[in-house]
Design a protein around this ligand. Structure first.
Ligand code: ARG
Length: 640
């Protein structure tokens, strides 16, 4: 398990140019480029972890406008022309360069194989290289780096084509069926910050993969079954379904749960009834099931309130809770036992897998049936694998679940593989969710020490957002401020979850998250709103800014280079399953826009063609920001 503490919402600009960002996107090295991360960490007191695993499936990330994606095949062709067909498909090792836009490092790695000095290899490649339409200069430097500078003409053309592309350069990938298991709160329990984070990360992955052309099947694996339901059902029967106590399930489920628990602990007759009720529930007794159904229904009201407050795409149609698998659990166990994969140990049916050992090498089992005959969490999860493979025909299955459940999932998958339920061509991924910490660096709690209530967190964020917007924009209509405050508050919460790697721990700091400066959701929303205001001042709609984009100034060049990375960044998020790469990209884009706007007058440009080009560039930036935020699940208010 990799867990590293990072803080979020860090104020101030990062000492990084755009080149660094896309380099580490391509190298799959985490948003902080290796060469500056030390410095950056010093400035901000951050602790970063090792780089995430290198990104596979890079062929799926090709975007028609990303310079590296366009240059790579050209260099590949030159390598082939220079050294023969056996060198087809060699990675040109394109990286950002200090002295140019990109450098190809391939000559250094090829030298040994072709038996020549790297510089001579580079010369041969360059002699065969045709990039006259793309690059204004190709130079060999140092031991054999090929430095490439893109021509203003190509950049202008690429930006103009991107503006004419409704997908903004985001590739449409070969369609896969991708069930995503995320959110998964428990009935009659408060959702906690961990549930919030899987909900937000899972939802962003669902949006992104759908946008890339995949068929996403949302699987909200709610905890809606198990022994506590006897006590919960009895309590609901005692108080009556229309009582205030029952309404607690919709607003404060933990209290309902606690009251049931207190009765269970103090009233033996109630405890007896509760135990009897579990037996009835498991036997499928119709009246019991009816009460259970209403209990789950009341909880759904609570879940849906949170989902709607958070702008999450989950609906009742996506519920695929634990109970859904009840009728398959016996078959799961029988099949495992018949085939000798599971054995009885101390009365329980267990799977012992090679490689899973605890202290002193003692084997750790996956228990599929307890000694009392009950099924466990693992049994249900085995059924989820079977269902998703056999019924949903999944190509790739994502489990967006807390990091501590990694062992559990791996045991489930290995068991499923042993049983032949999980074929090699179906990819399963645990998108590990790290803990959210309070300012004391412990699991987030309220001041009274209870787990934080999610709705309370949302309300608090919206209150802080309202304060921020009241201070920043007292001139805005009261009605507008009231409308955008929740968009900012929720955007801030979601961005905090999405801007750090999903498997790291981070400290929740509301004031900082809601700030309009720094790497925050509101900063990005504000960048987009500012572009809207340019168009309001121009008296035109952004859509109407369709003039050709002409790259002349350095700030325009930087902005265009940033814009052209959008498609490959989104594709990378889909491959690596790391929304923080999109967040980091958008942050850098917003900064690139900010310097452009500072250095290049738009409405006051002397020349009409320059003004129109800059308006088109602003409109394109707005579309990318808005689309990018939407993939993160964050709204872009037009004014703020
Ligand atoms: N309900 C579980 C919890 O609150 C999460 C379930 C995750 N999904 C799964 N297939 N195990 O921890």
């Amino acid at each position: 398990m990799r867990c590293h503490v990072r803080t979020i919402g860090t104020a101030g600009a990062r000492p990084s140019s755009f080149g660094n960002l896309w380099s580490d996107l391509r190298q799959g090295q985490g948003v902080l480029p290796a060469n500056i991360s030390g410095r950056w960490n010093q400035y901000h007191g951050l602790v970063t972890g090792p780089s995430p695993a290198a990104v596979s499936g890079s062929s799926r990330t090709v975007s028609p406008f990303a310079p590296a994606d366009v240059l790579a095949p050209r260099i590949g062709a030159a390598i082939e022309a220079a050294f023969g067909a056996e060198y087809a498909g060699v990675d040109p090792l394109l990286r950002p360069s200090q002295f140019a836009d990109l450098q190809a490092n391939v000559a250094l790695s090829l030298a040994k194989k072709v038996g020549a000095k790297p510089r001579d290899v580079a010369e041969k490649i360059v002699a065969a290289l045709d990039v006259s339409d793309l690059a204004s200069s190709v130079e060999i430097s140092g031991p054999g780096f090929i430095n490439l500078t893109l021509s203003p003409g190509w950049l202008s053309g690429a930006a103009t084509s991107m503006a004419g592309d409704e997908r903004l350069g985001v590739p449409r990938q070969e369609r896969q069926i991708v069930p995503i298991d995320y959110s998964a709160p428990n009935v009659a329990k408060e959702m906690h910050a961990g549930h919030l984070r899987t909900t937000v990360v899972g939802d962003s992955l669902a949006r992104t993969l759908e946008h890339l052309g995949h068929q996403v099947i949302r699987q909200n694996h709610i905890g809606d079954w198990g022994t506590p339901f006897g006590m919960l059902i009895e309590h609901l029967l005692d108080v009556g379904e229309t009582s205030d106590e029952a309404t607690l399930l919709e607003v404060d489920p933990n209290s309902f749960y606690q009251h049931a628990r207190e009765k269970f602990d103090s009233d033996p007759a109630f405890a007896d009834r509760a135990r009897g009720r579990v037996v009835k529930l498991q036997a499928g007794d119709a009246p019991t099931l009816a009460v259970w159904n209403r209990l789950v229904g009341l909880s759904k009201v609570y879940f849906n309130r949170i989902y709607s407050a958070l702008d999450v795409t989950l609906t009742d149609g996506d519920l695929a809770g634990e109970s859904m698998y009840n009728d398959q659990l016996q078959a799961v166990c029988d099949e495992l036992e018949d085939r000798g994969i599971a054995v009885i140990s101390d009365g329980a049916l267990c799977v012992f897998l090679p490689g899973y050992t605890g202290r002193e090498g003692k084997p750790v089992p996956l228990i599929v049936r307890k000694s009392d005959g009950g099924y466990g969490y693992g049994t249900t999860d085995l059924a989820t694998v079977k269902y998703r493979v056999q019924q949903l025909h999944a190509n790739r299955i994502l489990y967006v679940i807390g990091s501590p459940q990694s062992l559990h999932l791996n045991m489930v998958w290995d068991t499923a593989r042993a049983a032949g339920w999980l074929p090699d061509d179906v990819e399963v991924v645990h998108v590990q969710i790290g803990n959210v910490l309070g300012s004391d660096r412990k699991m987030l709690r309220t001041r009274s020490g209870n787990p934080l209530r999610l709705m309370g967190l949302v309300d608090e964020a919206n209150t802080v957002a309202r304060k921020v917007i009241d201070e920043a924009r007292p001139d805005l209509d009261e009605a507008i401020r009231a409308e955008i405050a929740p968009q900012i508050g929720v955007g801030a919460i979601k961005y905090a979850d999405l801007s750090v790697a999903h498997d790291t721990e981070y400290v929740l700091d509301l004031e900082r998250m809601v700030s309009l400066t720094g790497n925050t959701g509101p900063y990005l929303q504000y960048a987009a709103a500012r572009i809207h205001s340019i168009f309001r001042n121009a008296g035109m709609a952004p859509d109407a800014a369709t003039a050709p984009i002409v790259v002349a100034e350095a700030a325009e060049r930087d902005l265009v280079l940033a814009l052209l990375q959008f498609g490959s960044t989104v594709a990378l998020v889909g491959d690596a399953l790391e929304p923080h790469r999109l967040a980091g990209y958008l942050f850098e884009l917003a900064q690139a826009f900010s310097s452009f706007y500072e250095k290049c007058p738009v409405l006051k440009a002397d020349d009409a063609a320059v003004r129109d080009s800059r308006l088109a560039l602003s409109a394109l930036t707005l579309r990318v920001l808005t689309q990018g935020l939407e993939l993160l699940g964050i709204r872009s208010p037009e004014r703020m």
